[in-house]
Design a protein around this ligand. Sequence first.
Ligand code: WQD
Length: 338
Amino acid sequence: MKTILVTGGAGYIGSHTCVELLNSGYNVIVMDNFSNSKPEVIKRVERIAGKSIKLYETDMLDYDKVCRIFEENRISAVIHFAGLKAVGESCEKPAAYYYNNICGIMEIIRAMIKYGCNKLVFSSSATVYGTDNPAPYVEDMPVAAASSSPYGNTKIMIERILADICAVNPDWSVVLLRYFNPIGAHESGIIGDNPVGIPNNIFPYIQKVSVGKLPILRVFGNDYDTPDGTCIRDYIHVVDLVKGHLCAVDYVMKNKGCEPVNLGSGKGTSVLELITAFEEASGAKIPYEIQGRRAGDIAVTYANAEKALRLFSWKTLYDINKMCADGWNFIKNNPNGI
Ligand code: WQD
């Protein structure tokens, strides 16, 4: 049985990934410092899967402790989620973001090299396409020289680091998964997106409005060049997204090199369409008001999803209604979070 180390495994996407890995017969080791998540999440993952996880409460910046995980286990591959991810906060604290995200993955890479583990799946982002490439984004488009935030820059830099390592180490195998907009929750309703404080992203914000924890959604701009004037994004059900990770794990086991792969549906949904879909799935009312544009937003982003289909035989299965129904199921069961 293969053992996968999941860094940041207690987070939103990490926790859903652990469920799928356990369901597919992998041994799962989670390394998390719980800076933005809770140990309770791991208990819930174990409850869903009916299997247990080996948990290390470890900060990735602590090289000796990271090494201990490799020392004590035979790790076949790493899925790396751990990192700071709030776009706005990264603009206020760039040094903290570069230190944590860049130095963090470097400690993991150093430990992987020391213990002969050379298979990695990296949680990247569509943000690496920057503002100049037109949608739909294709993997061979040029990556932006710089993103609009230090958070985005850490994704660009880490992609480069991993490509450089693979270029001179023919035994290495890396998949760079470029996420579009993951939303929704596991259908059990016991794990989901559970951000601390006021959410930055639209879906957890809508969830909080739906249960009365926030009064009103602010829609950032309705004067974009789109059919209803609001921005268009490629929303993807988190369970579809994590199934893409299982394909990527399988791929790194059998192939070498460094491959960027989009994980998106290839379909765009506007902010107003998302609100309507959520209202229909939940029966809740989402009051909203139109405000000015948010700095840094792009009118239209969505994936060309053909490479994932070609390489992994993967495509999304769940539509926007299922994303909203599962997101509602999670928030109504956990109105105060986990
Ligand atoms: C989606 C749309 C907003 C909040 C960001 C990062 C990306 C990735 C995911 C991950 C936009 C509008 C939002 C609100 C709104 N990062 N909106 N009211 O900006 O596409 O992507 O999150 O860790 O790297 O850039 O996602 O959910 O913030 O916004 O109207 O209160 O919703 O303007 O059009 P985005 P988002």
